[in-house]
Design a protein around this ligand. Structure first.
Ligand SMILES: Cc1cc2nc3c(=O)[nH]c(=O)nc-3n(C[C@H](O)[C@H](O)[C@H](O)COP(=O)(O)O)c2cc1C
Length: 215
């Protein structure tokens, strides 16, 4: 099994949304996936309830059925509304949509509970009890030479996906769909991000970072 020689900072800054560089031909070992899940289950979760579940799909017919739901959602996007700086991402997303059923493994992280009508704090605690684990799964995958991409489009048809995967929809929410495959090459760069000064608020929302001068 592969172990990339990445520092924690390199791992955190190079775990990217991988779509075109997913190796669709190379199988992913069950052992590697189980290691990633074991690490995901070390994530924080509200009250240590551990209501998380991970549905790992390798079966061709189920992968195709879930991918069809993903694509059904995708066609509702309006390509005309894409800003130019997002065009490469849209191309890459379109590639993933087209090939999703060919990706060796699709992972659906789930959490017990449905929050549509729950108080805000319950909603926050529920999402917050599965999203860190999902990201940990993706980081663990990257450390093993595996690429992932966080996706959400199939959730428009969550109920239909629940039927395909026999997930008890009334009491369990799906939160994402993560394609997993070995990456073509293992070198990834940090992603383009806003300047920290645009997004950091010291002490209060109105306070600029120490040292920043007002115009
Ligand atoms: C909540 C969430 C939903 C996303 N949904 C999709 C999706 O449905 N399809 C897709 O191709 N990428 C999806 N992405 C991936 C984002 O497009 C990607 O993380 C973003 O462009 C940054 O990419 P980078 O980390 O490689 O820089 C999603 C990411 C998040 C966090």
């Amino acid at each position: 099994m592969i172990r990339l020689d990445l520092s924690p900072d390199q791992l955190l800054s190079t775990t990217r949304a991988v779509r075109k560089r997913l190796d669709l031909e190379r199988p992913v070992e069950r052992e590697a996936l189980e290691e990633c899940v074991a690490l995901a289950m070390q994530a924080p979760n509200g009250g240590s309830v551990q209501g998380w579940h991970f549905v790992l799909i390798t079966d061709e017919s189920r992968k195709r059925a879930i991918s069809d739901l993903y694509r059904k959602s995708k066609v509702k996007n309006d390509p005309g509304s894409t800003p130019p700086e997002h065009q490469a991402m849209m191309d890459s997303s379109a590639y993933l949509a087209e090939h999703l059923h060919e990706v060796p493994v699709l992972v659906v992280p789930c959490i017990e509970g449905r929050v549509e009508n729950a108080p805000f704090i319950v909603q926050a605690a529920t999402w917050g009890s599965i999203l860190p684990a999902t990201w940990s799964f993706m980081l663990a995958a990257r450390a093993r030479g595996l690429g992932t991409a966080w996706t959400s489009l199939h959730l428009e048809y969550e109920r239909e996906a629940a039927e395909i995967l026999a997930i008890p929809y009334e009491r369990v929410m799906q939160v994402a769909l993560i394609p997993v495959a070995y990456t073509i090459g293992t070198d990834f760069k940090p992603g383009p991000r806003l300047a920290m000064s645009d997004r950091v608020h010291w002490e209060s929302w109105h306070q600029a970072a120490p040292g920043d001068q007002a115009d």
